[in-house]
Design a protein around this ligand. Structure first.
Ligand code: 17E
Ligand code: FE2
Length: 433
């Protein structure tokens, strides 16, 4: 075979330990999964996983690649609010060039890929008469196709009705090759404009046959209620499974009676919700004193109600969030803290929010199974709960059967009482060396 990974632990669902396996790859497909020792013999490339977790690639369903690595340009967001972020970006947007966007986005993609992300859905701001960022990212999508599956979402940062020629720019972005239709109804000037915007997105979906992934209700205003319009339109248009709503932080401020009603129609509609905990734990609650709202959508309750929930990175060093290193496990760690998903089963469940759940929303062929594309990551840890706790090195990243990234795990030694102690951060013996 072209590639064999020996003694790997497959991503189990539900947290039950699976027996170690050998995974065999020919060309760009997984052709064999056997109990450990079952793929003996000589193979072109052989990787010894020593019991480490072998996971399908991480998925980042929500990031803004046009804005990455612009933090401080032309100034920092000192209030820490979403609005100052949008206004700062509007200033930076004027100096965007083709190469500037490509260089920054390429760098951020390498960070994500090196840490195990194989599918990225990026919003790209189309409130620009020249669509500079979009043209740059469309090129990058093709140039980096060997290391990442990049999908682009036409995102009207300044609104569609509230921005000159907003509808024409959305149509032009889709004509140029954008994959998905974005939106931002809560940012339109009026409630009525927001509702009209949502209807327009579905009209555009009908025209183009494309899916929808909008920013929705990213505010602490409990009266921001565009998600119900999205759910209703999804049902009426028969677009179940093809609509994603990102942020939806207002759900953290809705009263329980309304939230309960909303959960029911979301489930019925088959709308996916993407939480972006890194940004929203810092952007939201900025107008509160104490007690201070957490500003994340109702991840645990949505999941329990049977709604597909995923976790995005959103920002990497931009006007909204000055931190970030492109690690989906950082984002997921924040999600389990803010959403209090620290129960044993909840940790394993949460891992699906950066793997199979966003993959389902993107409607891609996914999962470590015989016959599937040979896309997977070996993490330097035993299981998913440990992946969230340690945010370990992505030891090997394989895409279409090719080793596209590898990381040497860090080694820590503490000198004490005349001897050296190797620190592995593992509780049990038998952890990966
Ligand atoms: N734009 C927006 O409207 N909201 C965000 N969280 C980011 C960009 C990062
Ligand atoms: Fe976003």
């Amino acid at each position: 075979m072209d590639l064999v990974v020996r003694d790997a632990r497959l991503h189990p669902t539900g947290g039950t330990r699976t027996e170690p396996v050998d995974v065999g790859v020919e060309g760009d497909r997984i052709v064999a999964i056997r109990p450990r020792g079952g793929l003996a013999g000589q193979h072109t490339t052989e990787l010894e996983a020593d019991g480490r977790l072998l996971s399908p690639p991480l998925v980042d369903p929500h990031v803004h690649l046009d804005a990455v690595l612009t933090v401080g340009e032309p100034r920092h967001n000192e209030s820490g609010t979403l609005i100052e972020g949008i206004l700062t970006w509007a200033e930076r947007k004027r100096s965007l060039t083709h190469e500037d966007v490509k260089e920054r986005a390429r760098e951020a993609i390498l960070w994500e890929v090196g840490q195990g992300t194989g599918l990225i859905r990026s919003h790209v701001d189309v409130c620009d008469p020249n669509l500079v960022a979009l043209r740059a990212l469309l090129e990058l999508r093709e140039e980096l196709a060997d290391i990442v599956d990049l999908r682009l979402i036409a995102f009207p940062q300044d609104g569609i009705l509230s921005f000159p020629d907003g509808k024409a720019l959305m149509r032009e972005a889709m004509r140029l090759g954008c994959d998905v239709i974005g939106g931002i109804p809560h940012y339109e000037w009026t409630r009525e404009d927001g509702v009209e915007e949502v209807h327009f997105l579905f009209e555009l979906a009908r025209e183009t046959g494309r899916d929808i992934d909008l920013h929705c209700d990213e505010t602490d205003d409990e009266q921001s209620r565009f998600l119900e319009v999205v759910a209703a339109d999804t049902i009426r248009e028969g677009m179940g499974g093809r609509v994603v709503a990102g942020h939806t932080t207002a759900m953290g401020s809705y009263n329980d009676a309304y939230a309960f009603k909303l959960l029911q129609i979301l489930k019925r509609a088959g709308v996916t919700i993407v939480a972006n905990p890194l940004d929203n734990i810092s952007l939201q609650g900025r107008f509160d004193s104490y007690p201070k709202r957490r500003g994340m959508t109702r991840v645990k309750e949505l999941d329990a109600a049977g709604v597909n929930v995923a976790c995005g990175h959103d920002s990497i060093m931009d006007p909204w969030y000055p931190l970030g290193r492109g690690s989906m496990l950082d984002a997921l760690s924040m999600l389990v803290h803010v959403g209090q998903m620290t129960g044993r089963g909840e940790l394993f469940r949460a891992f699906e929010m950066v793997t199979s759940n966003p993959a389902r929303a993107a409607r891609v062929e996914y999962g470590v199974k015989e016959g599937r594309p040979a896309n997977f990551v070996v993490f330097d840890c035993e299981d998913e709960a440990e992946a969230i706790r340690l945010r370990p090195a992505a030891r090997w990243v394989v895409r279409a059967g090719r080793l596209v990234a590898e990381t040497q795990p860090a080694m820590t030694v503490v000198r004490h009482a005349g001897s050296e102690h190797r620190v592995t951060f593992a509780k049990r013996e038998g952890a990966p060396a």
